[in-house]
Design a protein around this ligand. Structure first.
Ligand SMILES: Cc1ncc(COP(=O)(O)O)c(C=O)c1O
Length: 397
């Protein structure tokens, strides 16, 4: 059983702040500053370049990949950390397309995060005019999986509404039609149980700065199914994905296993922060996280619906179809979110009208949810959002 009061005590949460935005950026693990400081002072400072060997910096991407792999049902040796999620999506897509050479269509949905669609579009432009990105409504995905499709690219949990795709069923349907799958786990890893191996997924990628709490700019991760690994020829063929980077050969040969999905020099300082976060994850069982997350989201929905007329639920009502976030439509959602933040309840806003709240059992409990509901109810009942300063759009919403 996960001890949630122990995990909560391991995060630095500013006094009085109710943090319901760990689905965007997780909070600071208390040990992160010490770990980063030690890395900087004792390793970078003292070891200089010898740290790549002495402190094992070069092995961190696969070491951290395996620690993340435990949370997403990945086989050991099938996950590596590095770069950003957009880049990892590109890599996965390019490799999946190459493995299905007679087909030219990527199928995705309009609930996908735009960056994934942009990356697909950019990739297809470089491949030529015969290729197509087909974007359909999330409810139509299954019906659109045909033998024409090369790759199905989906974000499992919708970033705006929290709606979940059925990874197992869609992957099975994809495979029955000769389609390869790329799953974006940005809103899944650390939020819900994921079983990449059990679902027979082909490729997946995710970020570590949301539910995994690796910090702003923390590196992404990529998964390749072991059964495909030897056939994958990375499109972003950087030197650290080479079989022998330090032989400095002029021709590219993919590295062994998941190592081939590395590109360039890994972000060592950032990985020190991520490893502090993974120490907390080592104390957690994802099944406990899921059970608690459902309790918290149900409590929040019931509280908001009882006290905030004018807000309508944008997330699926059935918790089995919802990730670990809850979203409400409200036409003054941006201003209301600014008013909430001014009262130390932090969520975020997604255009055009979505107030989004993340529920993260590692550090959020029932008392926090009840207090957040009370403050939101006060803001709505007394129109406290209706102030000019809350309506000025900032760069990040
Ligand atoms: C579902 C999803 N995919 C991709 C991205 C892009 O990630 P990055 O900025 O790390 O490339 C995000 C960012 O929030 C996201 O939510």
């Amino acid at each position: 059983m996960t001890d949630f009061s122990a995990t909560k005590s391991m995060f630095h949460l500013p006094d009085g702040v109710l943090y319901l935005d760990g689905n965007s950026l997780g909070p600071l693990p208390k040990t992160a500053a010490g770990k980063v400081g030690a890395m900087v002072q004792d390793e970078w400072g003292q070891m200089l370049i010898t740290g790549w060997n002495k402190a094992g910096w070069m092995g961190l991407p696969t070491h951290l990949g395996d620690r993340i792999g435990r949370l997403i049902g990945a086989e050991p040796g099938s996950v590596v950390v590095g770069d950003t999620l957009s880049i990892k999506v590109y890599q996965a897509l390019a490799s999946a397309l190459e493995l299905n050479p007679t087909r030219k269509v990527i199928l995705s949905d309009n609930g996908n995060f735009p960056s994934d669609l942009y990356m697909a579009d950019g990739l297809l432009r470089s491949l030529g005019p015969d290729y197509e990105l087909r974007v359909v409504h999330p409810d139509d995905v299954a019906a659109q999986i045909t033998e024409e499709i090369a790759v199905l690219m989906l974000t499992e949990v919708d970033y705006r509404t929290g709606r979940m795709h059925d990874m197992k069923a869609l992957t099975e349907l994809a495979h029955a039609n000769g389609v390869l799958t790329v799953w974006d786990l940005a809103h899944s890893a650390g939020a819900i149980p994921v079983d990449l191996s059990g679902c027979n997924a082909d490729f997946a990628a995710g970020c570590t700065y949301k539910y995994l709490n690796g910090g702003p700019g923390a590196p992404a991760f990529i998964y390749v199914a072991p059964r495909l690994m030897d056939r994958v020829r990375p499109a972003l063929s950087g030197w650290l994905g080479h079989e022998a980077p330090f032989s400095f050969d002029l021709d590219y040969r993919p590295g062994a296993g998941i190592e081939r999905m590395r590109v360039g020099t890994p972000p060592v300082v950032q990985m020190a922060a991520l490893s502090a976060a993974m120490d907390i994850w080592d104390m957690a069982e994802i099944a406990d996280i899921r059970a608690k997350s459902i309790e918290l989201t149900e409590l929040f929905i019931a509280g908001v619906e009882a006290t905030c007329p004018g807000l309508t639920l944008a997330s699926p009502r059935n918790p089995a179809q919802r990730g670990s976030q809850v979203s409400f439509h409200f036409n003054e959602g941006y201003a209301a979110m600014q008013a909430l933040i001014a009262r130390d309840v932090i969520g975020d806003f997604r255009a055009p009208d979505i107030m989004r709240f993340g529920f993260t059992p590692l550090y959020i409990d029932e008392g926090d949810v009840e207090r957040a509901v009370d403050i939101l109810a006060d803001i709505i009942a007394n129109r406290l959002w209706d102030r000019p300063e809350y309506k000025i759009r900032q760069r990040v919403t």
